[in-house]
Design a protein around this ligand. Structure first.
Ligand code: PMP
Length: 395
């Protein structure tokens, strides 16, 4: 049988993370590969109670179709939550979506014609790269340093490309690098976006997971012309299994997302939305987030210390002030994909960094997640990884 797939499917490959995660299901494997929150911190008892309460109180609504925009009380919760990130939002500018991943796919669907240029940080989130790829853009990676995109390079790119559709950024505790943009860079980005009339997609799953350093508002806070599309999610501050996130945008832009949502899946799960709204009403979500921060900070400290103690000096790594990831750079002659295979033989996993560069290269990098393994496993896993690195250095 000849299956006549659309050409765009040529751009859609199995995600390396997904393939790796399959292997890491084995309990023997210490996994720094996924971006999973710590499952032992999920509020399971509270959610049991909420589930029963929601069915008792709102059964008929909870199991019914609902509006595409989302469950109104949840949209209000989200609007008020955005204040924590310095954004004065109204529920009318919020669309509830099925995880922020859906917002990435919709951004591609709404803005990208084949061949259009989109700009992203170098490196950038693999899941976004894959979502955008389906719409066949040309990626231009903007060079970054520890403070965010290098704005002089960004301006050069904007000057020389007149078909840039949007700039995609993760300004807080970036996946994969762990890096956070400074205030100066945030302001500078908005200024350039205004000057060159470009939309920005701000992907912000980790902004509330700061455990060190000075508070910084989201990029959307600095927006002066409504050109930032903000994607938020309950996945990292609450539970990813509920698959709920949101888009916050100016009304005309949000309308495009609403229309796209209608075509994709009509609405996000009504019952999940009511459960989240109830949880936020009944329980102390800030206390919950504080608990996450404490645990993740400790795990970050343990991972950094283990890397300082165990890794050879030729390996450098970032020390993030929040979020779930650190990023390591190996000597140029070490290919992290080969290292990942060798490390898996020692029952430790990570994601090779090359996948986070849409145009390739940088094969000597790796992303390490510290949120979902306990401290003992982090220390043991880093020891095993160091042994795999040392084996490769001797080859
Ligand atoms: N953006 C970034 C930067 C992420 O790290 C993730 C999850 N790993 C997502 C978006 C998607 O998250 P979700 O769909 O669960 O909200």
């Amino acid at each position: 049988m000849s299956l006549k797939y659309a050409e765009r499917m040529d751009n859609i490959k199995a995600s390396e993370i997904r393939e790796l995660l399959k292997l890491t299901q084995d309990p023997k494997v210490i996994s720094f590969a996924g971006g999973l929150p710590a499952a032992e911190l999920f509020p399971i008892e509270e959610m049991k109670k909420i589930s029963v309460d929601v069915l008792e109180k709102y059964g008929k609504v909870a199991l019914q179709y609902g509006p595409t925009e989302g469950y109104e009380p949840l949209r209000k919760v989200i609007a008020s939550r955005m204040k924590k990130l310095g954004v004065e939002a109204s529920k009318d500018n919020i669309l509830v979506i099925s995880g922020s991943q859906q917002g990435l796919d919709f951004s591609g669907k709404i803005f990208i014609n084949p061949g259009d240029v989109i700009l992203c940080e170098s490196p950038s989130y693999l899941g976004a790269i894959n979502a955008f790829k389906a719409y066949e853009p040309k990626f231009i990676e903007v060079p970054t340093d520890g403070d965010g995109m290098i704005l002089e390079d960004l301006e050069d790119i904007l000057k020389n490309n007149d078909n840039v559709k949007f700039i995609y950024v993760i300004p807080d505790f970036q996946n994969p690098s762990g890096r956070t943009w400074t205030e100066e860079r945030r302001k500078g980005l908005i200024k350039l976006a205004n000057k060159y009339d470009i939309v920005i997609v701000e992907d912000n799953p980790y902004g509330e997971l700061r455990f060190e350093g000075e508070y910084l508002p989201a990029l959307a806070h600095y927006d002066t012309e409504g050109r930032v599309i903000f994607l938020g999610t309950f996945s990292k501050i609450f539970c990813p299994g509920l698959r709920l996130g949101w888009v916050y945008a100016r009304s005309d832009i949000l309308n495009k997302f609403i229309l796209t949502k209608q075509g994709a899946d009509l609405q996000s799960s009504t019952i999940s939305q009511i459960q989240v709204a109830e949880f936020f009403e009944e329980y102390d979500i800030d206390g919950h987030i504080e608990k996450l921060r404490t645990v993740y900070k400790k795990r970050r400290d343990v991972m950094i210390k283990a890397m300082e103690d165990e890794f050879p000096d030729c390996v450098s790594f970032t020390r993030p002030n929040g979020g779930l990831f650190t990023w390591a750079v190996l000597p140029e002659n070490i290919n992290a994909r080969e290292l990942a295979v060798k490390a898996l033989k020692k029952n430790v996993a990570f994601v090779p960094g090359g996948s986070f560069f849409p145009n390739g290269g940088n094969e000597n990098t790796m992303r390490l997640n510290y949120s979902c393994m306990n401290e003992e496993k982090i220390i043991e896993g880093i020891k095993r990884l160091a042994a795999a690195i040392n084996d490769m250095l001797l080859e």
